[in-house]
Write a protein that binds this ligand. Structure first.
Ligand code: ZN
Length: 291
């Protein structure tokens, strides 16, 4: 049986899924905590790849990579220095298996496009709401990638130029309004985004205000993106996606306000949960996108 191993390297956990390449059946899955430095992270990835004995490996990482060379460009959310590190060649050299890298949000998009909420759709925007806000674009049925796998950073489009400083170096990015930490902080702090969403549903003003602000920011930002890239649906996933029922009316109201120009955009909940990144990494390796 030919096996593809997909690994999602996150800031807190490394999740993996082994797929039967021919049938797509899941042959195994698991996760380990993310180690605290680069070399130990690489050792963990190599150990996972050796244990699963796959034919090929896909690695999703929370940053930008050169898909053609497997070199990391920008990876601020993992401990250690990664810029310029040849992660693809390092894992390939240690395991003897071809290894493909891609951005974790783009991996999420690919998984939801092939197997999840965007199945059968051709023009779709994606958002992952978590500690940060990732995104992606499918147009004409193809996931757009771009140089250094940067295409799709909807979370770093400017929502309010006068807003707070963002980790990307700009100000007032969508991420500053729609990420989990942003929602929690806007509601006064001390609660998870899920708790804020629950309190908003119960009518608590601070929580409702934070949810409305995040939903409006998402809807208005997506409307701007959809003006450039006509899309029939928005797929929302990530660790904060549990707040989508609370966010949804605000997102939909902002999209409806732009509908005469951008057309209808349906808001869909992602279907693959926290395995989407690893699944998308495996799909990327199977499909040979990248190197
Ligand atoms: Zn930003």
């Amino acid at each position: 049986m030919a096996v593809t191993l997909g690994i999602d390297v996150g800031g807190t956990a490394i999740k993996w899924v082994a797929r039967d390449t021919a049938t797509g059946e899941v042959a195994g899955r698991g996760g380990v905590p993310t180690p605290g430095d680069r070399d130990t992270i690489v050792e963990a990835l190599v150990a996972l790849a050796r244990a699963a004995d796959p034919d090929r490996v896909g690695l999703a990482v929370p940053g930008h990579v050169d898909r053609a060379t497997g070199v990391v460009r920008f990876l601020p959310n993992l401990p250690g220095r990664w810029s310029g590190f040849p992660l693809g060649d390092t894992v390939t050299g240690a395991t003897g298996r071809p290894t493909r890298l891609l951005n974790d949000a783009r991996a999420f998009c690919l998984a939801e496009l092939r197997l999840g909420a965007a199945r059968g759709l051709t023009d779709v925007l994606f958002l992952t709401l978590g500690t940060g806000v990732g995104g992606g674009v499918v147009t004409g049925g193809r996931l757009l990638v771009g140089a250094d796998d940067r295409l799709g950073e909807i979370g770093h489009t400017t929502y309010d130029r006068a807003g707070p400083a963002c980790g990307c170096g700009s100000r007032g990015c969508l991420e500053m309004y729609a990420s989990g930490p942003a929602i929690a902080a806007a509601a006064g702090g001390g609660r998870t985004p899920a708790e804020v969403a629950g309190a908003a549903a119960g009518g608590e003003p601070a929580a409702a205000g934070a949810i409305a602000r995040a939903g409006r920011a998402i809807g208005e930002s997506i409307a701007s993106v959809a003006a450039l890239l006509p899309s029939t649906a928005l797929v929302v996933g990530g660790g904060v996606a549990g707040a989508l029922p609370a966010l949804r009316p605000h997102v939909e109201a902002a999209l409806a306000a732009r509908e005469p120009f951008i057309g209808p955009v349906r808001v869909l909940a992602a279907e693959l949960g926290d395995e989407a990144g690893a699944t998308g990494a495996a799909l990327a390796a199977e499909e040979g996108s990248g190197r």
